[in-house]
Design a binder for this molecule. Structure first.
Ligand code: PLP
Length: 509
């Protein structure tokens, strides 16, 4: 494709995207295809000769779009919102146009410096304290692809920091790196333990798997709103220490996936004062953007986060208007990252980095190369402004409050947990049927979810809330879509109500 062909194809692509968005709310939210639909359709090998581009673009419409579940649909309420905005899309196009792996400042100074600017914009918008600002020169933020990657990055940094502490911080090498002596690594390396709760996202277990270390999923109580408490952390750690193990990382969550629970950060932080080899990471993948609303900061324990936490991650690509993928990882001390990831062969050195004048973000992450993600944050925040970003969050929260009211008024459904920001967790539980046990309700709600799942015009995901008291099967209604109106919420809720009635009718027959 030459430049003029690109110009034409590019205009056509934008037209097709506009048409897609104009018809989005008329399309069923879920892909109406069966497993293997595309595998059966496409050739098994790449074409020997190149094909005309208009045919390739048409195949996107004919072959690919039917297999797309419309996450951008205003009626998408499954998992979590994954908002894309036109600003973010255009930024991604520009980023692709200057495609480069930006790992060192010298690779493309704009990529590094824009990242430094926007991570601080976001830190200030969220109310993170100055220690997390990149401009502090001590802590700072880095953009990556997922909260799971951020958690693994934090876990690796935590492991190295623990080992350095166990070694007493000696052995600084010539390049400023503090080397962990082999005997310390051998003695403690396999004794380290990660902690989270039964509500922690699978990123906790995955980080543990990748490091070859155990993950302790500490039980929580429904009475505590499914949040992880300090005492439970202490108990688990003391048991491990008694067995000769070494706690090195707690992953706390602000806004758990299942119900939006917020772990007790200050309680956990106080406990960790007695376990000084332990690092505290907060995963706020979905809910973290809500710190942008000052009135929610206390509920989400922002001051505790600012006081106790070593690292914090949130996804702008969920509720935060920024086209996938865009996770921000903040650390209180950037050396936790650089002491782990700064591995610099001669060919990666530069005069500016040697002089300490610039950041080379490859030293803050696992991979060398990195996408130019700061551009989309810049476009989105400049276009929406902090106030526009806040209004967007408020819309989702307000829709959730209205839906919660409808569930409270219902004689057929109940809220399982308190509404959390834009997430509502509910179940079928007719108030006239006190004879139904929790096990029966779990069966009925599984049936309800099966019925909903068999439809294409609605998409809601289920969860099981595990606690020391019992396990509850429930359904999640995740609002916060940038194009969603309350009418969209109501339309889906009407379907849920009608399906709920059918489930009860079948049960009684
Ligand atoms: N953490 C929480 C609390 C989440 O809700 C999710 C996604 O649902 C994740 C982590 C996973 O995020 P990612 O796909 O960016 O790894």
């Amino acid at each position: 494709m030459d430049i003029e062909q690109f110009r034409k194809a590019g205009y056509a692509a934008v037209d097709a995207i506009c048409d897609y968005y104009q018809t989005l709310s008329e399309r069923p939210v879920k892909a109406q295809v069966q497993p293997g639909y595309l595998l059966d359709k496409l050739p098994k090998e790449a074409p020997a000769q190149g094909e005309p581009f208009h045919e390739i673009a048409a195949a996107f419409q004919n072959d690919i779009l039917p297999g797309i579940t419309h996450w951008q649909s205003p009626q998408f309420f499954a998992y979590f919102p994954a908002n894309s905005t036109f600003e973010g899309m255009i930024a991604d196009l520009y980023a692709a146009s200057v495609s480069n792996p930006g790992f060192n400042w010298i690779c493309s100074p704009a990529c590094t410096e824009l990242e430094q600017v926007v991570v601080d914009w976001v830190a200030k918008m969220l109310g993170l304290g100055p220690s997390f600002w990149t401009s502090s020169g001590v802590g700072g933020g880095v953009i990556m692809g997922s909260a799971s990657e951020a958690a693994l990055t934090a876990a690796m940094a935590a492991r190295e920091r623990s080992l350095r502490r166990l070694a007493g911080h000696e052995h600084a090498a010539e390049n400023g790196q503090i080397e962990v002596p082999d005997e310390i690594r051998q003695k403690y390396g396999q004794k380290l333990v990660i902690y989270g709760s039964t509500q922690t996202h699978s990123l906790g277990s995955k980080a543990a798997i990748m490091l070859g270390l155990p993950f302790r999923a500490i039980p929580v109580s429904a009475e505590d709103g499914y949040s992880l408490r300090g005492d439970a952390v202490r108990k688990a750690m003391e048991a491990d220490v008694a067995d000769g193990l070494v706690p090195f990382l707690v992953i706390a969550t602000v806004g758990t996936t299942s119900s939006g629970a917020v772990d007790r950060i200050s309680e956990i932080g106080e406990v960790l004062k007695d376990f000084p080899t332990t690092f505290l990471h907060v995963d706020a993948a979905w809910a973290g953007v809500a710190y942008a609303l000052p009135e929610y900061r206390e509920l989400l324990r922002l001051s505790e986060l600012n006081e106790y936490v070593d690292s914090f991650a949130t996804n702008l690509h969920k509720w935060g208007l920024t086209t996938f993928d865009c996770t921000l990882l903040y650390v209180r001390d950037r050396q936790d990252l650089t002491q782990t990831f700064d591995v610099t062969p001669a060919f990666l050195r530069s005069k500016e980095a040697d002089a300490g004048e610039v950041i080379d973000y490859r030293n803050w992450q696992i991979a060398l190369g990195r996408r130019f993600r700061s551009l989309k944050i810049w476009f989105v925040l400049r276009s929406y402004g902090v106030e526009g970003f806040q209004r967007h969050l408020e819309r989702g929260i307000s829709q959730c409050k209205q839906l919660a009211e409808a569930v409270r008024q219902s004689t057929t459904f109940e809220l399982v947990t308190k509404p959390s920001l834009a997430l509502l967790v509910f179940r079928l539980s007719p108030s006239s049927r006190s004879d139904l046990t929790n096990d029966t309700l779990n069966v009925l709600n599984q049936r309800l979810h099966d019925r909903l799942n068999a439809r294409y015009d609605v998409f809601l995901t289920q969860t099981v809330l595990h606690s020391v008291e019992t396990n509850i099967f429930c359904i999640r209604f995740a609002m916060g879509g940038v194009r969603t109106t309350f009418e969209d919420v109501q339309a889906t809720w009407s379907i849920v109500e009608a399906e709920g009635e059918e489930v009860l009718k079948d049960w009684d027959e």
